[in-house]
Ligand binder design. Sequence first.
Ligand SMILES: *Cc1c(COP(=O)(O)O)cnc(C)c1O
Length: 399
Amino acid sequence: MTEIFKGNFTQQEPIPEDGIAAALEVMRSGRLHRYNLAPDEPGETALLEREFAAYTGATYALAVASGGYALATALRAVGVRPDDRVLTNAFTLAPVPGAIASVGAVPVFVGVTQELTIDLNDLQGKADLADILMLSHMRGHLCDMERLMRICDDAGITVIEDCAHTMGAAWKGRASGRWGKVGCYSTQTYKHMNSGEGGLLITDEDEIAARATILSGSYMLYGRNGTVPPEDVFERVKYETPNVSGRMDHLRAAILRPQLARLDAQCAAWNDRYKVVEDGLRGTLGLTVVERPEEETYVGSSIQFLLLDWGDSAIDEVIARCLKRGVELKWFGGAEPVGFTSRYDSWRYAPSEAMPESDRILRGILDMRLPLTFSLEDCALIARIIRAEVGAVYQAAQG
Ligand SMILES: *Cc1c(COP(=O)(O)O)cnc(C)c1O
């Protein structure tokens, strides 16, 4: 009997009931705008900021309209100017180079390793090309953050972390987003908390926080934010920082707060699923499991594996055969961007030298989401299907 998986790879869990109740409360109040507050009412958005700052250990947290908006705001707040070069990952999602381009800056791509992290040797070699690194922890893979920070500190590079896939993750116990000057998160539906769209930015720096707050569209109401830098800092920046409107509203914050309270439990549930798939794939001929370093606390909300040095048609065949059995794999390395683009040469507004070693990795990356609506049995079945289909195509190719 051929097993078929019937689950849906894009089906999220419902919003928790207390989040729905809080959202209804906001709607009944009519006060949805974050600065539309009754006297002495902090408001859901400011409360979310306080709670997220406490969760990450950052001094300041700012809630904004999207993860991509948080990234662009971070670039502006640290002083990136048009035509500045910004180092970033060759393997990331389109909003990352997009955020760099949105401020008129120029992405300079750094290669990817077989562990799917930024190539620190390549970073070292390119360290004098830019003053900023926008580090994307793509698909939740954390590099050796100590070595990365050494390279960047020595070269005077300011690090902004894209933590869209690492909310809840850490390197050597220190949270992702807390290594660089700024950490940026997304609360878009496919990330670790779901408000449809939304983002968060954290920092310890007074001036970056003040600039980011004004940039986000606080007008002169910044004192009502959840975490507020000293007034004299605002005095310095408030007249020269533009309002690039991108606030979060109370409705989104209301549904995020209960999710933040459950985040660690959700992360554990993702990792249970990840482990089952990883164990199921291990030892499949022709398939390379992406090994996770011991120093890394990851959140397995998606899983990647490599079909290294496979031909394009064989990879296409694996994808087609898995899909027939209900398992949706994404090929991040496909030559033509489909659905989501994740490789540097598909962003033609930012030309790059070819990176043959990275190209070899990128061509072989297959990716799969692990929504929490999947049971552990679902995950075991999915792994069996991938194992069988990869094995069949591999064996046929070996003749
Ligand atoms: C989703 C994502 C973003 C952008 O987040 P949005 O909230 O969708 O703007 C940035 N980086 C990565 C790696 C992402 O996956």
